[in-house]
Design a protein around this ligand. Structure first.
Ligand code: KG4
Ligand code: ZN
Length: 338
């Protein structure tokens, strides 16, 4: 089979990323983050879009250079079609269209969520060539989504569980904001949790039938808890921050793990993985690995660099779409919801 070299772009939220993927192997994966949102407590769509415009050309240029690949060697351009922030998606989409048109090569629109799951099929320096077999059960946990997914083959996935309200990443970020952490709070909570007692405080867990999730109750519970305690002692948060982080993380991880176990039991699938930004969480990684050993699952935990938004996952999805001839026209539009 001839070599297939894909240039991939990701711009769904607040990271501008470009990657070169050759035959499923990542040659480069550049990510430009956007510190501009930190002080706002969340991503500001208009600022994100402008930062993508400033970053997309230099990031792509660097991705090609690092991969030691010329523009002429690119066979197709894959880009994130959605879901995401429309203004941000438009930048990657327009750039991809222009590149494909100028070079006369095919364009491939990629679903961001599918790409997070297909992270497990990336072959790279950081990733051994061990890939899941089908059907593959994957818990997708990010800042925007919390989903239980069955991947039947590379391009066929079924969502069997979803959140009714907030995503797991939002639970970390919103509760973190209440403790005074800048956005995104997830990584800082993870770090401080290592120094705290996970059983210091008990927070509420939702009672949701089936494979659904809910995190809004936990956020409210956390807010009222902090309000009550700081009334008694204004220094409560600062004095107990590590314990608060450890207990909060423990609660979120246990909500996620309970549903993952349930999904495996209901489907009979023992090929199990996690993906998305929250899959970087050390508590979740340890809990899934431990549970996997106990239940003889074949566990897939992605390298941290492929958990958050990155173009390598768009490239691997683009590669499988290329093989199946699934190309987009020049009039394709990005979709905020997919
Ligand atoms: O997948 P992602 O980069 O972007 C979305 O598509 O949403 O996920 C970002 C989310 C944020 O909510 C961030 O706080 C969370 O992932 N996150 C973490 C950790 N690293 C990132 N949450 C908990 N622990 C972490 N180590
Ligand atoms: Zn994402």
């Amino acid at each position: 089979m001839p070599t297939v070299t894909i240039l991939a772009l990701e711009s769904s939220c607040d990271d501008t990323s470009a990657s070169v993927v050759r035959d499923g192997r990542v040659l480069s994966n550049l990510i430009a983050g956007q510190a501009v949102h930190m002080s706002y407590g969340g991503v500001v769509p208009e600022l994100a879009s402008r930062a993508h415009q400033a970053n997309v050309v230099p990031v792509t240029d660097q991705a090609l250079k690092q991969a030691e690949v010329t523009k002429e060697e690119i066979d197709a351009v894959a880009f994130t079609r959605g879901p995401g922030l429309l203004g941000s998606l438009l930048v990657g989409t327009s750039f991809a269209k222009g590149f494909a048109l100028a070079r006369g090569i095919p364009l491939i629109g990629v679903n961001h969520l599918q790409a997070h799951v297909l992270t497990h099929f990336i072959i790279g320096k950081e990733k051994e060539a061990r890939v899941p077999s089908f059907p593959f059960l994957c818990l997708l946990v990010s800042g925007g989504h919390t989903m239980m997914i069955i991947l039947k083959n590379h391009l066929d996935m079924e969502v069997i569980g979803n959140t009714r309200d907030d995503a797991a990443g939002e639970a970390f970020d919103k509760c973190g904001k209440l403790m005074g952490f800048p956005y995104p709070a997830g990584p800082a909570i993870d770090k401080l949790a290592a120094k705290g007692d996970k059983n210091a405080f008990i927070f509420s867990k939702p009672v949701i039938k089936g494979l659904g999730f809910s995190f809004s109750g936990l956020k409210t519970n956390f807010l009222y808890f902090l309000t009550d305690r700081t009334k008694e002692d204004p220094g409560f948060i600062e004095k107990n921050k590590a314990d608060l982080c450890a207990s909060l993380q423990h609660t979120i991880v246990s909500i996620l793990l309970t549903k993952l176990v349930k999904a495996s039991e209901l489907t009979g699938i023992a090929e199990v993985g996690i993906a998305g930004g929250v899959a970087a969480n050390s508590g979740l990684r340890e809990a899934v690995a431990r549970e996997g050993r106990k239940r003889a699952w074949n566990v897939f935990i992605p390298p941290v660099i492929y958990t958050s938004d990155n173009a390598a996952m768009i490239g691997i999805t683009g590669y499988y779409k290329y093989l199946s001839g699934d190309f987009a026209d020049q009039d394709i539009i990005p979709l905020a919801r997919m």
